[in-house]
Design a protein around this ligand. Structure first.
Ligand code: GDP
Ligand code: IMO
Ligand code: MG
Length: 422
């Protein structure tokens, strides 16, 4: 069997949680491969809403196994909170949620460092979610990190103290930010005990066995390809590889085992935090997208920046991720727009381009927009592509031919059942 992938093609919050939850039914295992509690994945079904940060979005499907891979960074405190919430919602996760021993742990001092480092950057700050993501991945690549499997070793407390003390030294370089280490540490160790009650696995062997035994796996991306550490709008990115390559390193699977790659894009575009955003609309249209789309962060509650869909940007991330099919979400948000636009080119350096320059952060870019007529009606009753209004079909068909990849799924609302599959 092969491993299929769902990931975001923009700057995150494309609706990955909803689509994973919808498709999870067709798989045996859902696995997270990168990121951590900076993610906020929203699911809506049976009149209820759930937001997941670390737990894979397959957890509500009773028969499914959910794996947190080695590429993920895990904060025991956030994780325990999620588990408590699942418990209260009557979800039985005890034997269905597996953790990779090689996943790195977010320490309280990683969060402290994240806050101090952002404060130090002042107006140049990334707009991090302040969950400790950057400092934890820094310790991973710097070969200082603590992994989940270390918890099982007698030397764990000593390893913890060594890393914490290193962080306390580093913190002296930064401006003071309020942080109650003693209290945070207490909560962290208490939470770690809850985590120990779940099965730890060697995910590389686990995934290989599962695939070899005919089990199907869906890998759930966090963030979006434009936040990728290598190819995103650096330095305004997250600290992991959010593209398909991240599945291989974040779960321990070889590239030839990757099957479908489902790239998700909104029918428009959003970004939260700092950094370049060529099609951003800092006007009443952007405001309308924000209010119609309820564009407020699922993790931090921050208002998301909004703009038109950006086709050069999508061509770039389709190329990077090897997207085999597109899922377009939130098309219903455009229901009441008389005119809709899409950027087809970028104007920079005196010419028009369909490719992105080296550094979007340091170059003046003007998006070249093409207008489309809106449909001015609800899509609530549309169950198939043919049910969509003619204007919506034109918009989707033109985007599809520009991007060169089929738009196989169209999401018309936040609820699980509001999805058109072609
Ligand atoms: P994720 O991080 O990619 O999982 O996305 P988020 O959950 O952060 O943000 C997506 C938001 O859009 C959530 O509030 C979803 O409930 C909502 N959503 C998902 N699909 C649709 C859709 O097709 N239409 C509308 N109106 N909302 C959607
Ligand atoms: P999901 O999985 C949107 C953004 C932050 C910030 C930058 C770095 O819900 O799509 P970090 O905390 O990683 O150091 O922040 O990345 N960011 C996200 N934006 N959706 C996310 O996740 C994000 N995770 C991080 O806003 O600009
Ligand atoms: Mg999100």
């Amino acid at each position: 069997m092969q491993i299929d992938v769902i990931l975001g093609l923009q700057w995150g919050d494309e609706g990955k949680g909803k689509i994973v939850d919808y498709l999870a039914d067709q798989y045996d295992i859902v696995a997270r491969f990168q990121g951590g509690p900076n993610a906020g994945h929203t699911l809506k079904f049976d009149g209820k809403k759930f937001v997941l940060h670390t737990v894979p979005s397959g957890i509500f499907r009773p028969k499914l196994l959910n794996l947190i891979g080695n590429g993920v960074v895990l904060d025991p405190v956030v994780f325990r909170r999620e588990l408590q919430f699942l418990e209260q919602s009557g979800v039985d996760f005890q034997r269905r949620l597996l953790l990779s021993r090689k996943a790195h742990l977010i320490l309280p001092t990683h969060r402290w460092l994240d806050a101090a480092s952002e404060a130090h950057k002042g107006s140049a700050k990334i707009g991090s979610t302040l969950k400790g993501i950057g400092p934890t991945y820094m310790d991973k690549t710097g070969r200082n990190g603590l992994r989940l499997g270390d918890v099982e070793l007698p030397s764990f407390r000593e390893q913890y103290e060594t890393l914490k003390n290193k962080h306390l030294e580093l913190l002296k370089m930064y401006p003071a930010v309020p942080f109650d280490l003693q209290m945070e540490e207490q909560t962290w160790f208490d939470s770690l005990n809850v985590l120990r009650s779940l099965p730890f696995v060697d995910s590389e062997y686990y995934v290989d066995d599962a695939l070899s035994n005919g089990k199907s796996i869906l890998a759930e991306g966090a963030q979006g390809a434009m936040l990728d550490i290598d190819f995103g709008t650096y330095p305004f990115v997250t600290s992991s590889n959010t593209i398909t390559a991240g599945v291989c390193t974040g779960l321990g699977v070889a590239p030839q085992r990757v099957g479908r790659v489902i790239g998700i894009t909104k029918a428009y575009c959003t970004r939260v935090g700092g950094g370049p955003f060529p099609t951003e609309l800092d006007n009443e249209i952007g405001e309308k997208l924000r209010s119609e789309g309820q564009e407020f962060g699922a993790t931090t509650g921050r208002a998301r920046r909004c703009g038109w869909i950006d086709l050069p940007q999508l061509r770039y991330t389709i190329l990077l991720t090897g997207t085999t099919e597109i899922c377009m979400t939130k098309i219903d948000v455009l229901n009441s727009f008389a005119t809709i636009a899409a950027a087809t080119h970028y104007r920079y350096g005196g010419a028009e381009h369909r490719t992105l320059p080296f550094d979007l952060s340091r170059i003046e870019i003007e998006p070249v927009l093409k207008n489309y007529a809106g449909w001015n009606c609800s899509l609530d009753t549309a169950r198939s592509f043919d049910d969509l209004p003619a204007e919506a079909k034109t918009y989707l068909n033109e985007l599809e031919s520009y991007l060169g990849v089929p738009i196989r799924m169209i999401s018309t609302g936040p609820e699980r059942e509001k999805l058109i599959v072609r």
